[in-house]
Design a binder for this molecule. Structure first.
Ligand SMILES: C[S@@+](CC[C@H](N)C(=O)[O-])C[C@H]1O[C@@H](n2cnc3c(N)ncnc32)[C@H](O)[C@@H]1O
Length: 230
């Protein structure tokens, strides 16, 4: 697949991730104050994939969210529509399977995955409902969807401090660590505009996913939603 095949993808989002790809992982570690690894572990546990199963990690970026699956003997397909992110990932982990794909038009057969997971990607997708339906199409009946995404702190005083960090401190820190600080202004704004835990849970249900559950991490900065394919 080439950039031309991804003609209907919102290329401004893809281009934004192309621009930050080289320093993406380092910036992530700094901005998440070291919490990112714990969030990834919780996501892998929620997927609960066994050795030999096949998992789609959509919006995998440089493959950092895919690595724990591969390291556990799970066959993971790391898919993303930013060719820049995929290139950095392939150079870093040549053993992983990277595929160029748009979350809303996946180049995979119906029911071919035991699970689909998405870490810090759904918020960037223009047609979220379309993506959630597409994930259901490629998941086998009884298979799982696990979405790890920024959410809303549940304790009001902490929410106020956190919003201040997002809107003021995060863009300033990114100026020192990222190759495209403007992308992190977008990041802060997109987190603020994103639904809370119950809101995303309802959206998953309306897209046809069953048994929707979620767990808040780091006081609700992040939530891991889990659901089953009917
Ligand atoms: C914040 S990064 C997350 C990368 C990785 N999952 C992680 O946890 O480090 C978000 C990724 O979503 C990808 N993305 C956004 N919209 C997408 C779409 N419609 N289809 C495929 N990838 C998408 C971007 O290219 C970017 O690599």
């Amino acid at each position: 697949m080439t950039r031309a095949d991804l003609d209907k993808a919102p290329t401004d989002v893809a281009a934004m991730f192309d621009a930050v790809a080289a320093k993406y992982d380092r910036t992530n570690d700094v901005l998440s104050l070291g919490q990112a690894r714990a969030w990834r572990r919780a996501t892998v546990r929620a997927v609960g994939a066994e050795s030999g199963q096949t998992v789609l990690d959509i919006a995998a970026g440089t493959g950092t969210s895919s690595e724990p699956f591969a390291d556990a003997g799970v066959h993971v397909v790391a898919a993303d529509f930013s060719l820049g992110m995929l290139q950095v990932g392939k150079a870093r982990r040549p053993d992983l399977t990277f595929v160029a794909a748009d979350a809303t038009r996946l180049p995979f057969a119906d029911g071919c995955f035991d699970a689909v997971t998405m870490s810090f990607g759904l918020r960037n997708v223009v047609d979220v409902d379309g993506a959630l339906r597409e994930f259901r199409r490629v998941t086998r009946p009884g298979g799982r969807l696990v979405v790890c995404e920024f959410s809303q702190p549940t304790f009001a005083p902490f929410r106020a401090v956190y919003t201040n960090y997002l809107m003021r401190a995060l863009p300033r820190i990114a100026e020192r660590t990222s190759s495209d600080p403007a992308a992190y202004v977008y990041l802060a704004e997109s987190i603020r505009a994103w639904p809370d835990q119950a809101g995303l849970g309802g959206q998953l249900q309306r897209a046809g996913w069953q048994g929707v559950q979620w767990r808040s991490l780091s006081g609700g900065i992040v939530a891991v939603h889990r659901a089953t394919c009917p």
